[in-house]
Design a protein around this ligand. Structure first.
Ligand SMILES: Cc1cc2nc3c(=O)[nH]c(=O)nc-3n(C[C@H](O)[C@H](O)[C@H](O)COP(=O)(O)O)c2cc1C
Length: 217
């Protein structure tokens, strides 16, 4: 399987990068292919007013590396790892620009719409967040945002790892061991069970396969 890791911090070797590296190690250990991308290499501009900047054939005219990022790295992947530091209790501006500008490729007027819509859906998604503050509420809004946007994109959100640290690389000293958790998430990216039931969803009363007889209680 192909996995793309989108690292979105302006600090190229910071804490969220360390989390992404750890997850990437797990991805490779599980035998998958990893494509590691710094958004700073591709995304320079925010979403514009499409009426002003859309070309006559419906293409986006914003001429940074966004189109290459989307068509060559994101759409071909089977899973996406989103890595971000917490900035003002949200994702980085660049990662938000990445999501905002999907609009220019998924809207019906884009010549890429069919490919972009099909290519964005039915992927596995994992989220890595580094932040200075450790209280649970600091990342709750961002976690909820990822839950909603992956639901909208029909991506399966398999896990979120939060690592606490501020100075560069300090996340490795977080006693909760987020680097290990990120590696585990990467390793099990395609195996983690994701369920989202409704009242009428047909299902067994067991979540996991039955244990062998001597382990049953
Ligand atoms: C612009 C900016 C805003 C930040 N906002 C928050 C915040 O709201 N809450 C928090 O816990 N840390 C905040 N931080 C600290 C970073 O999330 C923290 O240092 C993180 O580990 C940086 O990850 P990085 O090394 O990958 O950039 C902020 C840092 C910056 C530069």
């Amino acid at each position: 399987m192909k996995v793309v890791a989108l690292s979105s911090s302006p600090r190229r070797d910071g804490n969220s990068w360390a989390l992404a590296q750890a997850a990437g190690k797990g991805v490779r250990e599980a035998g998958h292919e990893l494509d590691f991308v710094h958004l700073t290499d591709y995304v320079d501009r925010p979403l514009g007013d499409c009426r002003q900047c859309r070309l006559s054939n419906g293409s986006c005219s914003v001429d940074d590396g966004y189109e290459r990022l989307l068509l060559d790295h994101v759409l071909p992947a089977d899973a996406i790892i989103y890595a971000t530091p917490l900035h003002w209790y949200g994702m980085t501006g660049r990662l938000k620009d990445f999501f905002d500008r999907l609009f220019c490729y998924t809207s019906a007027s884009s010549p890429h719409a069919e490919v972009a819509n099909a290519g964005l859906m039915h992927k596995r998604a994992a989220v890595l967040i580094s932040c200075e503050e450790s209280y649970r509420g600091a990342t709750l809004g961002l976690e909820a945002q990822f839950q909603e946007l992956t639901r909208y994109l029909r991506q399966d959100l398999v896990g979120i790892v939060v690592g606490v640290g501020n100075s560069r690389g300090e996340v490795e000293r977080d006693p909760a061991r987020p680097l290990e958790a990120a590696a585990d998430l990467g390793r099990r990216l395609f195996d983690i069970k994701v369920t989202d039931y409704r009242l009428d969803t047909e299902r067994s009363n067991r979540v996991w396969s039955p244990a062998p007889p001597d382990e049953t209680y």
